[in-house]
Write a protein that binds this ligand. Structure first.
Ligand code: C2O
Length: 446
């Protein structure tokens, strides 16, 4: 693949370039004013599955080995938390633009945000990594949209909102792997260059596996026709342009592969609780101001609907996020932990989730240097664990990171909403228990 002339669509150069044909330099089919972006939307999983599928078929045909399959980087297992050996050992699988201090034996930081590795012991990092995967696949992804990303239909503006996995481990592994001294932390740290590092394909195979794992937990794919009928084009192993649909990507076995049945050690992971619920809520000083750059931790008290929270999944909605596309942006969200700072370990019960972006190349980006999106964090299971179900309000704290290379973002609104569509099996069971408990306490009061 690397030896093919770069005009050949099957060449490694073209394979890497496919990525940003779909992230910053194309328009939607039939709408020459609306840029196309497969990231930060419900297209994320399916697009990358098709991308890997054709990449794998091309490799298989070049090798003359129909059984060839791409490996996945099993960084959700304690034994897989370094750059995998083949991607260090075989010259064709290495890349010079990787962060030297993150090469083996350095442990991967699935919650990486350009912080220094020395803030954690290796043991703490493994625990944080497992807690994050549990959060992103199970407790923080109780609805289809939360897991897959927000709906993105024809004529919609780009980046309606990330699914959980796209911020962590997706963006964090990209940022961690790339060379910290390169603009945009390339190769892996920036979308247009990421596919130049062969480990990109192992990273995405891992994400692709999480799609199968999520379904194996009793959850279903989105069945909205606009989703199922969304199309991409790719070159196949014969260098022919092929059109494919999301609906034909839902079952990986139909595409010729199943993942090895490795142990998901992060299932049933529990996280430490840092606050005493309402007791610690008095006296938070800094209020979040709408429309102003978020530069330090700030909090807001939000009123909640206790009845709606027994039926739908309680979600923190952060609306009108605005900033720049050419630099990464980042903040963490916590529930009832107004003392949270940059130093707070995020593998705690009060942690609601992360907003993060990867730097995008503005030269090829036709939307200009302008980020506009929203973000959603499922907090229903946090409210359950902190036993806040009877509270009339919650305090939400946002902890931004504005140290270089990050630039601040503004937000226009913070509120709680209750989502009933596409609930995961795990969340449906939890809600049933909550309702039974609420009924029992009503009866005992009578
Ligand atoms: Cu299309 Cu890892 O990004």
């Amino acid at each position: 693949m690397k030896a093919l002339p770069s005009e050949d669509p099957r060449s490694f150069t073209q394979q890497a370039n496919i990525h940003c044909a779909y992230c910053s330099s194309a328009y939607q089919m039939g709408n020459s004013t609306m840029p196309l972006q497969v990231h930060a939307s419900w297209l994320f999983f399916s697009f990358h599955r098709w991308y890997l599928y054709f990449h794998e078929r091309i490799l298989a045909s070049l090798l003359g080995d129909d059984t060839f399959a791409l490996p996945f980087w099993n960084y959700d297992h304690p034994d897989g938390m370094t750059i995998p050996h083949p991607y260090m050992a075989y010259p064709n699988l290495t890349d010079t633009l990787r962060e030297p201090s993150h090469l083996p034996p350095a442990k991967i930081m699935l919650d990486y945000y350009y912080m220094n590795a020395s803030i954690r012991t290796a043991e703490e990092q493994v625990a944080a990594n497992l807690a994050i995967i549990y959060r992103m696949v199970v407790s923080g992804a109780p609805t289809q949209y939360r897991f897959f990303g927000q709906p993105y239909r024809k004529d919609d503006p780009a980046e309606p909102g990330y699914g959980t996995m796209e911020t962590m481990p997706h963006n964090s592994v990209h940022g961690w792997t790339g060379d910290q001294n390169e603009v945009g932390k390339k190769d892996m740290g920036t979308l247009y260059a990421a596919g130049r590092d062969p480990v990109f394909y192992a990273h995405h195979a891992s994400l692709d596996r999480f799609w199968d794992v999520w379904k194996s937990l009793g959850n279903d794919d989105i069945d909205d026709p606009d989703y199922l009928n969304s199309e991409f084009v790719f070159y196949n192993e014969n260098a022919e342009l092929i059109k494919v649909k999301v609906k034909d990507s839902l079952d990986s076995a139909k595409l010729g592969y199943v993942y090895e049945d490795v142990e998901n050690v992060w299932l049933n992971w529990t996280t430490p609780r840092l606050s005493d619920g309402v007791a610690s809520l008095t006296g938070f000083e800094k209020l979040c101001v709408m429309g102003e750059d978020l530069t330090e931790p700030c909090s807001l008290e939000l009123s909640r609907d206790k009845e709606a929270a027994l039926i739908g999944d309680e979600t923190l909605l952060v609306e009108g996020i605005e900033g720049a596309l050419s630099v990464p942006a980042h903040f963490e969200a916590f529930v009832n932990l107004p003392v949270a700072t940059r130093a707070t370990m995020i593998n705690c019960t009060e942690y609601a989730g992360r907003f993060s972006t990867l730097a995008q190349n503005i030269v090829t980006n036709m939307t200009g240097d302008f980020l506009r999106t929203s973000s959603r964090f499922s907090i229903g299971s946090i409210v359950d664990s902190l036993e806040l179900n009877d509270q009339e309000s919650l305090v939400v704290t946002l902890v931004p990171n504005v140290d270089s290379p990050y630039a601040p973002v503004r937000i226009s609104n913070l509120r709680l909403q209750y989502e009933t569509e596409g609930l995961s099996r795990h969340r449906r069971q939890q809600l049933l228990q909550q309702r039974a408990r609420a009924r029992a306490s009503k009866l005992s009061q009578q």
